[in-house]
Design a binder for this molecule. Structure first.
Ligand SMILES: Cc1cc2nc3c(=O)[nH]c(=O)nc-3n(C[C@H](O)[C@H](O)[C@H](O)COP(=O)(O)OP(=O)(O)OC[C@H]3O[C@@H](n4cnc5c(N)ncnc54)[C@H](O)[C@@H]3O)c2cc1C
Length: 440
């Protein structure tokens, strides 16, 4: 009896996860096997990262373990090194040294994107990204740790640097992270009698003349005004020139010291794209047709941030912007087309007109535009929570998130920094030093 064809999905966060979930619904028993490959053993629900960083959500609750969500699939937790689609082979990092091959019959490519860095001196050494749960936890520890450092120092210069937080990039990720963390730091500051809350400086640096390009002009202005009313220094049309040591230099002529620098100035397609034989566009995205199949290639589809997918709803020549909203919807169409290819059926084209955007700007504050209706303040914040709750791909996680939000109504936030978790061996190593017999 012939083996069932093997479908391999590379990258299992927003795009890949939803391809796998939809395949489960569409495939007949024994029709094909599904193997998912990801460097992580879990999917991260990125739109809730800002709340995880701010302590409104337990970080573990914004990740979905792959083995729990996809128990029927073969799960491989390994880094993908390269792809030879002509040979229908993905090469995985192996512990033995040479890359181990994984063969397939159909491929879904979804390795996403990475932070888009610019050659700014000092940025690589001193900047933090904001794409992963580890970065969210680190940033929370960093902000709370800086409050501790400011409270402990007698140097006015050191205190000012500790209490200065700079975010570069005014898209969703940057604005939400800054707004949520500033809210948390404001709450935390009430527990530090040594610190004047007005001494904190939160600065948002954006090269364009507006923030949140994803929403209309009016809502973008509203958000900038709201942030300014909260004491955040929003600098539009401004670029970061350098970040050497703790010295921040901006192209508006100002310079100051800041211990915390967060870079959220856009994303670039996964560099893994360049280690494949798939056709790429000038920005390094995999080129797809409107059916999400890879251009001029059989048996391969690409979804999400890694791909240049025609946006039929936006018009001729337009491409889908990188967003979870598109990745998830592209995933569902891809699963359908992969199954159609197994049954010699007709593929369907991907067409999705954005339903809108929602952003959380701290507790009870938000900005949203849903089907042309603009919401502000509490209704927007509520829409943000309801929408993302409905999109979390696990009932278990949805319940845990609701439990976190409910508990937050009755108890103040946790304001403890667990930065020591990032250096777990230090205490043990120092105890081992003490226990060492003196040199003769
Ligand atoms: C903080 C933040 C907030 C956001 N908020 C919103 C929002 O509110 N609304 C919205 O629509 N979008 C939002 N986005 C954007 C959205 O999260 C992305 O567009 C979406 O995640 C893209 O999905 P994807 O499947 O293409 O890639 P990803 O979700 O990035 O998944 C890529 C997967 O590939 C894996 N991978 C990559 N390289 C390898 C390799 N070499 N080997 C093995 N595995 C690999 C990664 O581990 C990851 O699991 C936000 C993004 C961030 C960072």
């Amino acid at each position: 009896m012939a083996c069932a064809p093997r479908i391999v999905i590379v990258g299992v966060w927003h795009g890949g996860m939803h391809v796998a979930l939809r395949l489960k619904r569409l495939l007949r028993p024994g029709e094909a096997t599904v193997t998912v490959v990801d460097a992580h053993a879990y999917m991260t629900y990125q739109p809730l990262l800002a709340e995880a960083a701010a302590g409104s959500l337990e970080p573990r609750h914004v990740v979905v373990p792959l083995r729990q969500a996809l128990p029927w699939a073969q799960i491989i937790t390994r880094q993908v090194l390269s792809l030879d689609h002509a040979q229908r082979t993905v090469y995985l990092r192996s512990t033995e040294g040479s890359p181990s091959p994984l063969r397939y019959d159909r491929l879904v490519w979804a390795p996403g994107s990475v932070s888009r860095l610019l050659p700014v001196p000092g940025l690589a050494e001193h900047g933090n990204g904001f794409k992963t749960v580890a970065e969210a936890i680190h940033l929370r520890n960093q902000v709370l740790g800086r409050l501790d450092a400011a409270a402990a120092t007698s140097s006015a210069e050191r205190r000012a640097a500790a209490l200065t937080f700079v975010f570069v990039g005014g898209g969703f990720a940057g604005v939400e992270a800054l707004a949520e963390l500033q809210d948390m730091a404001h709450d935390a500051c009430a527990r530090y009698p040594e610190l004047d809350p007005r001494a904190q400086r939160w600065i948002l640096v954006e090269a364009a003349d507006r923030i949140l390009p994803e929403v209309g002009q009016q809502l973008s202005r509203y958000t900038a005004d709201l942030l300014r009313r909260r004491g955040i220094d929003v600098r539009l049309g401004t670029r970061l020139l350098s970040a050497e040591g703790v010295r921040i230099r901006l192209d508006d002529g100002t310079e100051f010291d800041a211990d915390t620098l967060v870079w959220t100035a856009g994303v670039a397609p996964s560099p893994l794209n360049r280690r494949t034989d798939l056709p790429l566009d000038e920005r390094g995205r995999v080129r797809t047709t409107a059916f999400l199949s890879v251009v001029d290639t059989e048996d391969a589809w690409a979804v999400g941030d890694c791909a240049a997918v025609p946006d039929l709803a936006a018009g001729q020549g337009e491409l889908c912007p990188p967003s979870a909203q598109h990745a998830v919807r592209q995933a569902r169409v891809t699963a359908r087309n992969v199954v159609a290819s197994l049954r010699s059926g007709e593929p369907v084209a991907y067409r999705h007109a954005s339903v809108g955007t929602v952003a959380s700007l701290g507790l009870y504050q938000g900005a949203a535009e849903i089907r042309g209706v603009r919401l502000r303040g509490f209704p927007a914040w509520f829409a943000h929570r309801s929408y993302h709750l409905s999109q979390l791909p696990s009932a278990n996680r949805r319940l845990r998130v609701v439990a976190d939000w409910t508990l937050a109504l009755f108890f103040p936030r946790e304001i403890v920094s667990l930065a020591s978790l990032e250096h777990t061996h230090d205490d043990f190593a120092s105890a081992a030093d003490q226990a060492r017999p003196p040199e003769p």
